[in-house]
Write a protein that binds this ligand. Structure first.
Ligand code: UD1
Length: 423
């Protein structure tokens, strides 16, 4: 098993180029199943989840050319498409559920075993299914009780759907299904994440008629067919936020290139409260953590445009070294504090009560043997290792490989003392 060895490092300095967004590219790849024509996706991050999605699309019958060295993927789903997603792939990645709408459109059927992914809560799919049912899809309840989505439809019909919670995955699945449904679909309390907007932009380029993506009400007018497309994926706002936290936490100064600062308003506001100086230049966003000590602050995760749950653990890493106590409240996932135990092994002394964590701050952290408990938590413990005395050994780093392209190389280029060892 591979590990990261992280040593206390000098402040991060220099520049880093952010990769394409993992959470944007996965639904866009699934959307390529909606047309028989070729789709070319550029700025695709070289990540394990992208490889899994390529294999999933291939197993469903699409022809996939994956050139991750050039950050490019071409997908052509012109042949017969199968409706059953193989369990060995689905169990590796929760985002496999994103093919659900496209399979129903192409084949009138979909069988998907409920997915795994990060162990950060139950992560059910009842909102995806509620939306599809409203569009005329029949879901086999007995199969669902056994953890299998077995769905059938003659023809999807537009409908008005209200999501009880603005689920990102449910919004993406319903929007994809609605593009080729009969009539108009109105999705209320939809997720507003930038990745939804990127998906809608791609689908509109393919000939779909989607309005309102990025707001809480999305209107989709069904069309007869979609065509091929070429598209550059948006930059990964969570990768960018992770490096921004790294710059502030180590007291460094980093130029973040290929970033959409508008996607990071909540993170930027909170980093400023912590004392960082942040400004935009022609080349990118400059993040300076060398202006003084880190102030404490409180955060509460929320659906976009609120503070992103995916930045909760990297930000908690920062708060462990702040001058004074901070409170973190997690409202998106019910079990997303597993990293607290890892920070505490390093001396952070964080207490939790339900979805609330109290971080005393001001701690001299010690290197320790820690685990990447999920994708973002893996990055967070690496950042903590950069400011802890001695060596931090991070295991289960396959989680980090799912979501950060060239993480070690990018950190080393900024002066971090980190290496990957294969055991
Ligand atoms: C996506 C992101 C993930 C991010 C999350 C929230 C991808 C590939 N992943 O995940 O990185 O952390 O958004 O920003 O884009 N829920 C239900 N019922 C449902 C669906 C969701 O209760 O039917 C709950 C989930 O259990 C969770 C919350 O809603 O507590 C958010 O889930 P959702 O927005 O669906 O996240 P994902 O699409 O899985």
């Amino acid at each position: 098993m591979a590990k990261f060895l992280v040593q206390k490092s000098a402040p991060l300095r220099g520049e880093v180029k952010i990769s394409g967004s993992k959470n944007a590219v996965l639904p866009i790849m699934a959307a390529a199943l909606l047309t028989e024509e070729k789709c070319e996706i550029k700025d695709v991050p070289a990540l394990r989840d992208v490889e899994v999605m390529c294999r999933l699309l291939e197993s469903l019958g699409a022809s996939v050319e994956m050139d991750l060295a050039q950050n490019r993927v071409q997908i052509e789903a012109s042949g017969k498409i199968s409706w059953e997603a193989p369990f060995d792939l689905v169990k590796m990645m929760r985002a496999s559920i994103l093919v659900l709408g496209a399979l129903l459109i192409r084949t009138g059927r979909a069988i998907i075993h409920l997915p795994g992914g990060c162990a950060i809560g139950k992560r059910p799919v009842e909102l995806h299914l509620k939306g599809l049912r409203a569009m005329g899809v029949d879901i086999d309840e007995a199969q669902l009780n056994r953890g299998i989505v077995d769905a059938k439809v003659d023809k999807l019909c537009g409908s008005t759907i209200y999501l009880d919670f603005p689920s990102v995955g449910a919004t993406e699945v319903i929007v994809m299904a609605a593009t080729l449904a009969d009539g108009v679909t109105i999705l209320e309390n939809a997720a507003q994440e930038p990745e939804i907007v990127d998906l809608a932009n791609v689908l509109n380029k393919m000939g779909a008629r989607i309005k309102g993506a990025g707001t809480d009400t999305i209107k989709i007018e069904g069309v007869e067919r979609l065509k091929g497309v070429s598209h550059h994926v948006i930059p990964d706002r969570i990768e960018a936020g992770t490096f921004m936290v790294g710059a502030v936490m180590t007291g460094g100064s980093v130029l973040i290139k290929n970033i959409v600062a508008d996607h990071l308003k909540a993170v930027i506001a909170k980093l400023r409260e912590c004392g960082a100086e942040i400004y935009m230049t022609d080349e990118g966003l400059v993040v300076r953590g060398d202006r003084g000590p880190v102030n404490s602050t409180d955060i509460k995760t929320l659906p976009y445009p609120g503070f992103p749950t995916d930045m909760q653990s990297p930000f908690m890493a920062l708060l462990t070294v702040a001058k004074g106590p901070s409170v973190v409240i997690e409202t998106v996932f019910e079990n997303r504090f597993m990293h607290v135990g890892e920070f505490n092994r390093m001396g952070a002394n964080i207490k939790t009560n339900g979805n609330c964590a109290i971080i005393p701050g001001d701690k001299a952290l010690q290197g320790a043997q820690v685990v990447a408990t999920d994708l973002r938590a893996g990055a967070a413990v690496v950042l903590t290792g950069l400011v802890a005395d001695g060596t931090t050994e991070v295991s289960q780093i396959y989680h980090v490989d799912r979501g950060y392209e060239n993480f070690v190389e990018k950190l080393r280029a900024l002066g971090a003392n980190i290496m990957r060892v294969e055991e």
